[in-house]
Design a protein around this ligand. Structure first.
Ligand code: ADP
Length: 254
């Protein structure tokens, strides 16, 4: 039976996780963030409550729009909720890389689930999903497909611009010179992974390496991150709702 709800209001997507008394997810929902976030969140919470047949469950919110969730009894940071969510999912600590639409974070978690160290990039889109999304849209390829295309590329082109806007112009000119889409995409993924490795190197890294966020669904990012770090990545079954799951656990534990 549904006992608690977590809602992660991200810049790109809104995620909801409802759990029972055994921390098991009984309802989950992910959809793109709309301009009128408050109305969207109200509608989603009502829908989730209806579907779970539970009117009065406690709610904790997280994510960049967490303060907009009036129904939440507590609003908690993404770092805290991601650490909680991944620890309860995998039952061990390590270093979590979370790559979302507009920010990325690296969180070191000890064997009791406590946050030991973290770093966050929310200033530059080049280390985030937006970097990939822009190019995918430009190339008219669904973002869900770009990872696989990059993985199958035989050639890799270096994208030297470190800024999303400049990278886009660079890519347009590469395409104009007849370079292959897959080689460009591979180079683009490499650029993002290089930035993430820089972040990993700036914290007190502890294995195993874990991956969450929407970009964790991109197979090329996982593979390249493994290549660049030399560590195999442990993936949670639902990487995009780890923050919402962590928030739901805080709601349950009161
Ligand atoms: P936020 O929490 O910051 O709103 P998310 O963690 O939901 O963001 O991640 C959104 C990003 O995830 C998008 O920018 C996109 O690049 C990526 N993404 C989402 N779904 C997929 C998918 N199926 N395959 C590859 N990438 C995806």
């Amino acid at each position: 039976m549904a006992k608690a709800m977590g809602i992660d209001v991200g810049s790109t997507t809104v995620k909801i996780a409802v759990i029972d008394e055994n921390y098991k997810i009984v309802f989950k929902h992910i959809e793109n963030t709309k301009p009128k976030i408050k109305e969207q969140v109200n509608g989603l919470i009502e829908k989730a409550k209806r579907e779970c047949d539970s009117e009065n469950i406690p709610i904790v919110s997280t994510g960049y729009g967490r303060k907009l969730v009036e129904q939440a009894k507590k609003q908690m940071t993404e770092i805290t909720c991601h650490a909680k969510g991944i620890f309860h999912t995998l039952n061990h600590g390590g270093t979590l890389v979370d790559i979302g639409g507009q920010d990325s974070k690296v969180i070191v978690i000890d064997r009791y689930g406590r946050v030991l160290d973290f770093t966050m990039n929310d200033k530059c889109s080049a280390g985030t999903g937006r970097f990939l999304e822009h190019t995918a849209a430009r190339m008219e390829i669904p973002v869900e497909k770009i990872g696989e295309i990059a993985l199958n590329a035989k050639k890799e082109l270096k994208i030297s611009s470190t800024c999303t806007v400049f990278a886009e112009s660079e890519i347009i000119s590469l395409l104009a010179y007849g370079e292959e889409v897959d080689a460009i995409l591979k180079g683009l993924h490499r650029g993002l992974v290089t930035r993430i490795v820089g972040m990993i190197n700036s914290v007190a890294f502890t294995p195993p390496l874990m991956l969450s966020g929407g970009v964790a669904k991109n197979s090329a990012i996982k593979k390249m991150l493994e290549e660049e770090t030399g560590y195999e990545i442990v993936m949670p079954p639902h990487p995009q709702i780890i923050g919402a799951y962590g928030a739901a656990i805080f709601a349950l534990e009161g």
